[in-house]
Design a binder for this molecule. Structure first.
Ligand code: ADP
Ligand code: ASP
Ligand code: MG
Length: 423
């Protein structure tokens, strides 16, 4: 007998019929003698609709009310899932985040989970109940509903799994695992039977939205093994062993030590809508980078790639960095204002929207030279110009023009031998 937290994403609960299909996976686990706790997302498209309504009501809305509105989608699916499970003969009860309670900080719209009291969930499961928890949300120290940021139900599931000491956390979605790249972009992408926490963390932060970044961080910290699988698979088909035996659908996200065969490159990721900004002839004094990025951080603007050149004349330098397209205008205004009142001294500012960040990820890069150079060659062969480069221990990223993004991903996928052999 195992204790499993099972999470269903938006497409897995998109309609009552889909909820019924997903519930059959829960039923199978319960009938196998497992204790199960469910975490649900809102019906697919629902959160976007709710966000749209909030913005229509007012562009300058209070973040506490944004959370009150957008958290409602999950309340609907949690209740429906509990009803459907009960109808199947499984004792089930829904819990909103605040009822568990899932305690968060008060950063509305992007709250972080601080603590989960698993007592009630633990008791229910021991008594043979299946609790169904609303993903994506919790309660602030001021007793208000908070949400965790888009895609946050993955994080809710992992946090609940850690709190109830689950043996596994199964993430049911619309693909049957984590692929070498987004299978919607590259049909030749291959499913990985296992991927390390570290690689998954890089892939998630570089654009693979199959798992939210925070959820992987949390799984890594609490050693929660994740199994990414599809709710569209037949619930009555023979099941994957908990150790992730290959040949059955799903990807196990686990410790690197559990993976025997380490790839040099495990995946290729793509993140679009990246804007680049360059400050020219910046006074090269100590504290200048702190002043630039401090001004942006004060406005809540998240900066990604950063490149600073060596000062040719010993007095000035150029700094280039990227921000999301949606933050571009705000970032330019912030830096112009900081230039006007001399908080930052520079000669010119320029930039453009519409970049794409393409990355290759793999733990094997630690011990193999030449991954970066071969990536640049593969892109050069396709005539794709590289605008910026950043590297870390297990990834290399480049910024290119958005219009070549898919071409670049496909070229790199083929170059590193990741294409499915039968495709
Ligand atoms: P859910 O609603 O279940 O949380 P998401 O839409 O958030 O599902 O995530 C699943 C999607 O992630 C897939 O449909 C797929 O297009 C996309 N995706 C991006 N990169 C990858 C990848 N490397 N492997 C699998 N899926 C990926
Ligand atoms: N419903 C939320 C969203 O669409 C949370 C989630 O699906 O994980 O972002
Ligand atoms: Mg998701």
């Amino acid at each position: 007998m195992a204790r499993i937290v099972v999470k269903f994403g938006g497409t897995s609960v998109a309609t009552v019929e889909r909820i019924r299909q997903s519930a059959r996976h829960v039923k199978r686990e319960v009938e196998a003698g497992n204790e199960v706790c469910v975490v649900v997302s809102a019906m697919s498209g629902k959160t976007n609709e709710l966000v749209g309504w909030v913005n229509e009501a007012s562009t300058f809305h209070d973040a506490r009310e944004y959370d009150a509105v957008v958290a409602s989608g999950e309340q609907v699916t949690a209740g429906l899932m509990a009803i459907v499970l009960s109808e199947m003969g499984i004792q089930s009860r829904s819990f909103a985040g605040w009822q568990v309670p899932i305690k968060t900080d008060d950063a509305h719209g992007a709250a972080r989970i601080v603590e989960i009291d698993g007592t009630e969930l633990d008791k229910r499961m021991k008594d043979g109940w299946v609790p169904v928890i609303t993903g994506f949300q919790g309660v602030s120290p001021h007793n208000r509903i908070t949400t965790l940021g888009r895609g946050g139900s993955d994080t809710s599931a992992v946090a609940v799994a850690a709190a109830v000491k689950a043996d596994r956390c199964d993430i049911y979605t619309d693909v049957d695992g984590v692929y070498t790249t987004d299978p919607r972009i590259v049909p030749k992408a291959q499913r990985l039977s296992k991927i390390s926490f570290e690689e998954m963390l890089e892939m998630a932060s570089l654009g693979a939205k199959v798992l939210m970044i925070r959820s992987v961080e949390m799984a890594m910290a609490h050693k929660v093994r994740l199994l990414v699988r599809s709710s569209f698979d037949d619930p009555d088909a023979p099941q994957l062993a908990p150790d992730g035996t290959p040949g059955v659908p799903g990807t196990l996200v686990c410790d690197e030590d559990e993976i025997m065969e380490k790839q040099i490159v495990s995946g290729v990721t793509l993140a679009k809508a990246e804007a680049k900004i360059t400050l020219r002839d910046v006074k090269d004094n100590p504290g200048v980078a702190a002043a630039i990025f401090g001004a942006l951080a004060d406005e809540g603007i998240i900066v990604d790639m950063i490149v600073q050149n060596i000062a040719d004349d010993g007095a000035t330098t150029d700094i280039t960095f990227t921000v999301p397209d949606s933050e571009y205008d705000k970032a330019i205004k912030t830096l112009q204002a900081a230039g006007t009142d001399k908080r930052i001294e520079y000669a010119r500012i320029s930039g453009s929207k519409g970049g794409a960040k393409i990355s290759v990820v793999g733990v094997g890069m630690r011990s193999h030279a030449g991954v970066a150079s071969s990536m640049f060659k593969a892109l050069a062969d396709k005539g794709i110009n590289i605008q910026l480069i950043t590297t870390s221990e297990i990834k290399t990223s480049v910024l290119i023009d958005e219009q070549y993004a898919e071409l670049a991903v496909r070229a790199l996928h083929t170059y590193y031998g990741l294409d499915r052999k039968d495709a």
